[in-house]
Design a protein around this ligand. Structure first.
Ligand SMILES: *[C@@H]1O[C@H](CO)[C@@H](O)[C@H](O)[C@H]1NC(C)=O
Ligand SMILES: *[C@@H]1O[C@H](CO)[C@@H](O)[C@H](O)[C@H]1NC(C)=O
Ligand SMILES: *[C@@H]1O[C@H](CO)[C@@H](O)[C@H](O)[C@H]1NC(C)=O
Length: 189
């Protein structure tokens, strides 16, 4: 689903997309979990683009997808950073990239163990933590470009860090939705 969207995204008319998204959000529905999740993320538009518009997904499935999409993205960005390291002769820049690699690796590790916890004992807290760590580490990586005193590098990872940050916010929103949907019977927050 995600791959087919990516390959056709260049030809996807953005006005049409906006109309679809608008129609999507005003469509009355008591159980449109996808829109509930996306509207609470940092970028509802990005969220709907990467998840596709099929609303027939339960919170658990959306959470699993959110973890996998974030994992794939973080791994792809990691590969990209490796090629950047290989391509530059600047040791400060190599340094910055290796800090970013550490941040991304820790996001990947956290996501993997969160997924394991979710599958094994239905633990939600780790997914929430992973979502927060993704957002914090994206911010840290972006900041590393200003770590050299008296010299600010133009970040080559701004878009990637932004993507990871949004994926992190989607994770938090999906796990809240999952938590809410399973705690309805308790009747309390
Ligand atoms: C990360 O995901 C976004 C949204 O699908 C995509 O635009 C971007 O190209 C991905 N990043 C990499 C490095 O694949
Ligand atoms: C950063 O980008 C700006 C605008 O593109 C450019 O003017 C500036 O020279 C760049 N700085 C470095 C350190 O490359
Ligand atoms: C979950 O429920 C809380 C309390 O009712 C609410 O504030 C929050 O927005 C809900 N989260 C989602 C993702 O629906």
């Amino acid at each position: 689903m995600t791959t087919s969207f990516t390959s056709s995204s260049s030809s996807f008319d953005s006005t049409l997309l906006l109309c679809l998204i608008f129609a999507f959000f005003i469509t009355p529905s008591s159980s449109n979990y996808l829109s509930d999740m996306c509207i609470k993320s940092k970028s509802p538009r990005f969220c709907l683009q990467v998840f596709g518009l099929n609303p027939h997904r339960r919170p658990y499935q959306l959470t699993r997808e959110a973890i996998n999409l974030a994992l794939t993205n973080a791994s792809d960005i990691t590969k990209k950073i490796h090629t950047f390291i290989d391509q530059t002769e600047d040791f400060n820049l190599k340094d910055i990239y290796s800090y970013c690699l550490n941040y991304y690796q820790s996001v990947i590790d956290t996501l993997r163990s969160a997924e394991e916890r979710l599958l094994n004992d239905g633990g939600y807290a780790d997914v929430n933590d992973a979502g927060i760590i993704a957002q914090v580490n994206a911010f840290r990586c972006e900041n590393e470009f200003q770590r050299e005193l008296g010299y600010v590098y133009n970040s080559t990872l701004t878009k990637d860090n932004e993507n990871l940050r949004i994926f992190g916010s989607i994770l938090v929103s999906s796990i809240n939705l999952l938590y809410n949907s399973t705690s309805v019977q308790k009747g309390s927050s």
